[in-house]
Design a protein. Structure first.
Lengths: 259, 99
């Protein structure tokens, strides 16, 4: 077995890891649809989205794996496959099991809308490499948002069954979105250094986009609750551990294995 | 679309992709999609995910009128011995040599 690695704990590395892991874990969840989507065309579309997210995660993990002076400490594979559960910094929203197709497209539009707003802001980051990653990723996020949003409209306005599933997915997912906008010291440090915005600053524009979509779909956002998930701080739901056993199996069993 | 089939299949669309500016859209395949908007998005994901194109057309397959294969012998075979229809009998000036 390969020993676990530990990433940098400073605020700027943690800020990068939150974004990287959110992309990585959602990409992994979406890849579970490969071979299972309702039609083959959508199977390819979901896999494309998964690969876009994993591509973004790769760039961010490579970046987060360097020292502040820029020398390599850990590579993307070590960070993706050899950390322990508590050192993953993704929001809990993206680690929830993939659910049905309505659940998947709803989560995709929620995350894509958020990531699009975040990438737009990061395009002017004081960190040139992060700004370059963001400039490329924002185009991908815009498409993911459009494609998933169109599906939400179709399912909400489709059959009784598709509407029922859409409403159920929305009820399950909504309370996990609050975590995206929870403020803390890592966000404050990023805002102060010009690395990136506080995620809480994206709450208003994100809500505006979601409310517009939900209104068009004749759905309404569930009431806010006091529940707060805590994946960004490394305290995850029971689902992440199971995912990681599958994700990490090969690298743990065959250290450094490549294909 | 005026598809009257009592089928659970989504309508079929033909996909045409323009590989770069100045070239024609070329037929590259077909796919099933619920409506035109989804057809364009799925065409993007199925047929243009490896940088194949910069523009996509989709056309409902049932809107295409095709020649009947039965007519092949009287439609196309008579052209076989009409070489004079090719513009190869003109002497071109040197300046146009590369036409």
């Amino acid at each position: 077995m390969t020993a676990s690695v530990h990433p940098r704990q400073d605020a700027s590395a943690q800020y990068l890891l939150r974004l990287a892991d959110t992309c990585l874990i959602l990409g992994q969840r979406l890849s579970e649809w490969c071979g299972h989507a309702p039609i083959i065309e959508e199977d390819i579309a979901l896999s494309n989205t998964a690969l876009d997210l994993i591509g973004q995660a790769r760039a961010l993990l490579t970046h987060a794996g360097r020292s502040e002076a820029g020398s390599p400490l850990l590579d993307e594979d070590q960070l993706a496959f050899l950390r322990e559960e508590r050192e993953y910094r993704n929001v809990t929203l993206v680690e929830l099991p993939r659910g049905d197709f309505a659940f998947t497209v709803l989560r995709n539009v929620m995350v894509a809308s958020f990531l699009k707003l975040l990438w737009q802001r990061l395009a002017s980051s004081s960190d040139a490499e992060l700004a370059a990653i963001a400039g490329k990723a924002v185009k991908e996020a815009r498409y993911h948002q459009q494609h998933a949003g169109d599906w939400v409209l179709r399912l909400a306005g489709g059959t009784d069954e598709s509407r029922r599933r859409t409403e159920a997915g929305l009820a399950q997912l909504w309370r996990y979105t609050a975590e995206l906008f929870e403020a803390d010291a890592i966000d404050d440090a990023a805002a102060a250094s010009g690395l990136g915005p506080r995620w809480s600053e994206l709450r208003e524009p994100w809500l505006a986009e979601m409310n517009q979509l939900l209104a068009e779909a004749q759905l309404s956002a569930p009431q806010d609750s006091a529940f707060r998930s805590t994946g960004k701080r490394g305290v995850h739901s029971e689902h992440l551990g199971h995912m990681l056993t599958e994700m990490q199996y090969l690298q743990r069993a065959f250290p450094g294995g490549v294909w | 679309m005026s598809n009257t089939e009592a089928s659970t299949e989504w309508p079929l669309w033909e996909v045409f992709v323009r590989s770069k500016a100045g070239l024609d859209h070329k037929h590259c395949g077909s796919l099933h999609a619920a409506d035109a908007k989804l057809a364009i998005q799925l065409a993007r994901d199925v047929y243009a995910r490896r940088q194949e194109g910069i523009s996509i057309w989709v056309v409902p397959s049932n809107q295409i009128v095709a020649s009947d294969p039965v007519d092949k012998s009287n439609y196309f075979d008579p052209m076989e011995d009409k070489v004079y229809r090719h513009p190869t009998f003109y002497a071109l000036p040197d300046a146009l040599n590369h036409m």
